[in-house]
Write a protein that binds this ligand. Sequence first.
Ligand SMILES: *Cc1c(COP(=O)(O)O)cnc(C)c1O
Length: 487
Amino acid sequence: MKYQSTRGHRMPQTFSEILLGGLAPDGGLYLPEVYPQVSADELEAWRELSYADLAFEILSRFCDDIPAADLRALTGKTYTPEVYCNARPGDNIADITPLRLLGEEGADGADGKTPLHLLGLSNGPTLAFKDMAMQLLGNLFEYALTRAGQELNILGATSGDTGSAAEYAMRGKRGIRVFMLSPHNKMSAFQTAQMFSLQDENIFNLAIEGVFDDCQDIVKAVSNDLDYKARQKIGTVNSINWARVVAQVVYYFKGWLLATSGPGQKVSFCVPSGNFGNVCAGHIARMMGLPIDKLVVATNENDVLDEFFRTGVYRVRKSAETYHTSSPSMDISKASNFERFVFDLLGQDAGKLAALFRDLDTNGGFDLRGTPEFERIREFGFVSGRSTHADRVATIRDLSSRYGITIDTHTADGVKVAREHLTPGVPMLVLETALPAKFADTIREALGREPERPASFEGIEALPQRFQVMAADASLVKAYIAEHTGL
Ligand SMILES: *Cc1c(COP(=O)(O)O)cnc(C)c1O
C-alpha cells in the first residue's frame, strides 16, 4: 500500500513514512493510491470480531509496513473497554462504540418506520470522539519512534477538545512530549481541569495570556522557524494526519455491523462536521465497499460545507467571519480534510485539484456548479444541512423528553439534520461526537439542570493542576520548550 499526494507529488510513501508527517512536500494531503476493497462475505465474517480485531483487519489493509503481530498488539491495547469506559448505563461497553436505538421516526420526527440510532463515539478518556483516533495515534507514535530510536515534541494550540484528546493519548508515552498552548482563563472549568490535572511529566500545559488565535499564531511562528523546529524535533497531531482518518474508518464498519443483520443492507450516517475528518472517514468506508446509503454532513452556523453540498460553491470564510457557537468544535472557516474528498470528486486528477486549490488561495473559494464533478456527490451519497443554537436547544429538549437521553450540542446538530434526511426503512446512525458533560452551559439552558457526569469525572475541578502561565510571546515559548527538552 503506497500513498500519493492529492497534488501529484511523485514520491509514493509508505504508511510509516507519512505517520509522523503532515502535508506532502507539494502542500497536498496523502491518500492511498487505491482504496482496499472489502467484500460482502468478508463483512459477514467480521460480525463476531471484537472492536480491536476489526480495527486490526481494517488497518492492516492500509499499513503493510508494520508486522501483523505488532499491529494487532497496538489495536488490542488501544481499543479496550477500560479506555472507553464512560458509556451510558445500559450501553454495551464491550462494543467500544455502542449503538443505541432512540426510536423509529418518520419525516420531521413524527412516528414512523425509520430507526434513528446514536453511535456512541465519546466514551473515551476526554468524552469526545477524537479519542477514537488519537488513542491509536499515541500508541502508533510510541511504536514508530521506539523502532527508529527517535523522539518527538508535539506542539499544539487548543481551545478544548483536540488538546485534551492529544494529551490523554500521549501521556506517559516513551519518546514523546506534548507542549499544549491554551488561552489562559478562556476554557470552561471542566475542560481546564481535564487538561491541567494531568500530572504526567511528558505533558506541558502552557496557559497563554491571550485568546485562542494568539496561541495559534505562536504555534505558526515556532513552526516557521525551520532550524528550531528541526533541532527541537517539533511535530503536530492535527486533523489532516492520515492515521487519524483511517482510525475513524473503523467505527463506520462497526456501526454498520451493529445496525444490520445481513449482507447488502444499507444504513446512513449523519456526521457533525468541522474539519471534515470524521465524515471523510465515512466516505472512505463507502469507497471500500461498505453499504452506506447517505452520508449526511451536519454543520452549525458555520455552514461552509453545507453551502458547498447544496450549491457546489465552496467559499471559505475569514476567521473574523467565523461564529463562536455552542457547538464550538464545529466552528471552522476552512475544512482542512476537504481536499481529500474533492480529490475523489475530481476523479483523482491531481492536476485539476492543484488548479482548484490555487483558486482557493487566490479567490477564497471555488465553484463546481453545474459540473459533472459536482454531480458525483450524489453518487457518493452526500447530502447536508445546518443547525443553529435554537435548533440545538430544541433538539436536546426533544430527545430528553421523547427518549429520556441527554445529548451534547454537536450531536444535537447531527440529530437535527439527520431528521431532514431520513429514508424510510434505512437505519440512520447519528455519530455522537461528545458527551453532554463537556457542554454544561447549553444543557442548563435547554433542560434547566446539570448534565450527567461519568463517575470518573466527579470532582475533577478540585484536583491539583499543573500548568505554566506565559505571555503571548513566541520567544518565551521557544525558550520554555528548549529548557524542557534539553535539546
Ligand atoms: C472535532 C469535533 C467535531 C468535528 O469533527 P471533524 O472531523 O473536524 O469534522 C465534531 N464534534 C466534536 C465534539 C468534535 O470534537
